[in-house]
Design a protein around this ligand. Structure first.
Ligand code: CA
Length: 232
């Protein structure tokens, strides 16, 4: 049922081969590019369903590739980066990437990221036009009345907690960086106040999660940000 078309952008041939072999074995279709400009050209001409984008490319950097593609397309972009490129990874997410893989990654990790992205695509397709009610397992948010419910019981959220939850829900499956969340919920003058964000996230989780130490809904990406997961 997969048969999604994946654009694999990677200049390192062994890594590219690992990815394409994995895709072929799991019933994905793929095309490849080994430069940033090549990725932009393939994205424009072939209209892939998902783009895998290595950040360390020989010509233009990943952030620029994302900027160009984002000027006409919302196609999900999963960036691939070496651990030493952590700040590049965060810039890529801020520029509009949806998710990331850190090298070295396992085949299972790659497939898991693709599944999360596929669920996000399905969710996006469902929510056209914009839904007034969001549902994810036992969580329901009524955007019209501004109320959130867990197992049909209303959650008593502060305005900030509600905005945090709504922002993460509207981007289910997508990793949102600390800076992005702070800008959207508090405004740009707060974008470095990760400490406050942690405090609010902890109180939101106490209300939302059965066991806040093993969250089901909101996943922490240490040093990067948070992601609302789609529950099965
Ligand atoms: Ca590279």
């Amino acid at each position: 049922m997969n048969k999604l078309l994946i654009l694999v952008t990677e200049d390192d041939a062994p890594v590219r081969n690992l990815i394409t072999t994995t895709l072929r074995a799991n019933d994905y279709r793929y095309i490849t590019a080994d430069t940033g400009e090549g990725a932009v050209a393939e994205a424009a001409s072939r209209n892939p369903d998902i783009i895998l984008l290595d950040l360390g490319l020989p010509d233009i950097d990943g952030e620029e590739v994302i900027g160009k593609i984002r000027s006409w397309s919302n196609v999900p972009i999963i960036v691939i980066s070496a651990r030493s490129e952590d700040s590049d990874k965060i810039n890529a997410l801020d520029a509009g990437a949806d998710d990331y893989l850190t090298k070295p990654f396992s085949v299972e990790e790659l497939l898991a990221r693709l599944r999360v992205t596929q669920r996000r695509l399905a969710l996006m397709a469902e929510s056209q036009p914009r839904q007034s009610v969001y549902e994810n397992g036992p969580l329901r948010i009524d955007f019209v009345s501004g109320c959130a419910f867990l197992n049909e019981e209303e959650l008593h959220l502060t305005p900030i907690e509600y905005r945090l939850l709504s922002l993460l829900a509207a981007n289910t499956g997508k990793v949102l960086t600390h800076r992005y969340i702070l800008q959207k919920v508090w405004g740009s003058s707060w974008e470095n106040d990760v400490g406050s964000l942690r405090v609010y996230m902890a109180t939101l989780r106490r209300k939302l999660e059965k066991s806040p130490d093993a969250p089901r809904f909101i996943q922490t990406h240490i040093g990067i940000g948070y992601r609302m997961m789609k529950l099965e």
